[in-house]
Design a protein around this ligand. Structure first.
Ligand code: GLN
Length: 277
């Protein structure tokens, strides 16, 4: 049987054609198959491993299946979350949404709503870091509700999850909220062909696309959020990199104050937020 070192080298070479992080992904896949942690893997470079068990996973990745689906888990804001197709794989830039929300959740508790929760990543990161808050999460997808519920149980985080379209999912009497967050679909329909195969062929288009200008879902949220916010309450939305000015205009027109954009590490517009006066 080949050594860990040899397997990692070969798999890295094979994955180089389809991903910018071939070595990282080779390590994740081999750690998954062996049951070793990544640190254990790197300290056992000369031990032999069963390369055969890895092969089906490598073939799935070579067909551009997102590595998160192959592993069945993905890390977000230091939480390991279960994930399955076709849920949106939590992106690192969405961590900015969590940071903005955390800086507005009252330390005494407060009520928070996460719309389009998917795996539950944002709601669970908030629950983990704002233990006194009461957190609701909604999603139209039954897969999302099932997986987010599983993640909540796994991490013993008592969020409330409801299935349905945006605010329509909430049982009567649920609001009002101190903070409403969402990473909604925001990709323009015309942009679809420019997305990578990992995204286009595996992730739910319903979690990505939102009309010709990508703003349909954001418009609905901005329009309805004031009915669900406490005075001074915060609305924070993840947005596409070219959407800052348009979303600020929507927030201002609806009467939000202190509106602002937060850029991501790539210096792209990423979060738009405002308070309901
Ligand atoms: N940033 C995501 C992308 O890759 C889009 C996520 C979303 O629509 N919420 O493509």
């Amino acid at each position: 049987m080949p050594s860990v070192r040899a397997v990692l080298k070969i798999v890295t070479q094979r994955l180089a054609g389809i991903t910018e992080t071939p070595r990282f992904e080779a390590e994740l896949l081999l750690a998954h198959v062996t049951g070793w942690s990544k640190v254990q893997l790197l300290t056992r470079m000369d031990e032999s491993v069963d390369g055969e068990a890895l092969e089906p996973l490598v073939l799935r990745r070579l067909a551009c299946e997102p590595i998160a689906y192959i592993l069945g888990t993905w890390e977000f804001f230091s939480l390991e979350l279960a994930i399955e197709a076709p849920l949106l794989v939590p992106r690192p830039e969405t961590e900015h949404l969590v940071e903005v929300a955390l800086s507005h959740i009252p330390s005494a508790g407060g009520r928070v709503l996460d719309l389009c929760t998917g795996t539950g990543c944002v709601a669970l990161a908030l629950a983990h870091n704002a233990k006194a808050a009461t957190i609701w999460a909604t999603d139209v997808s039954d897969v999302a509700v099932r997986v987010a519920s599983k993640n909540a149980r796994q991490h013993k985080l008592p969020i409330q999850i409801a299935q349905g379209d945006l605010f329509g999912a909430l049982p009567p009497g649920t609001g009002p909220f101190d903070v409403i967050v969402s990473n909604p679909p925001y990709v323009e329909e015309g942009e679809w062909d420019t997305l990578s195969a990992d995204i286009r062929e595996y992730e739910d288009p319903g979690a990505l696309l939102s009309g010709e200008d990508g703003l349909n879902c954001i418009r609905s949220i901005v329009d309805e959020a004031p009915k669900w916010l406490l005075p001074e309450g915060l609305l924070a939305l993840e947005i596409g990199e070219g959407q800052g000015a348009a979303v600020l205009a929507l927030l201002d027109a609806r009467g939000f104050v202190d509106t602002a954009i937060v850029k991501d590490l790539a210096d792209h517009d990423r979060i738009a937020h405002g308070r309901w006066a």
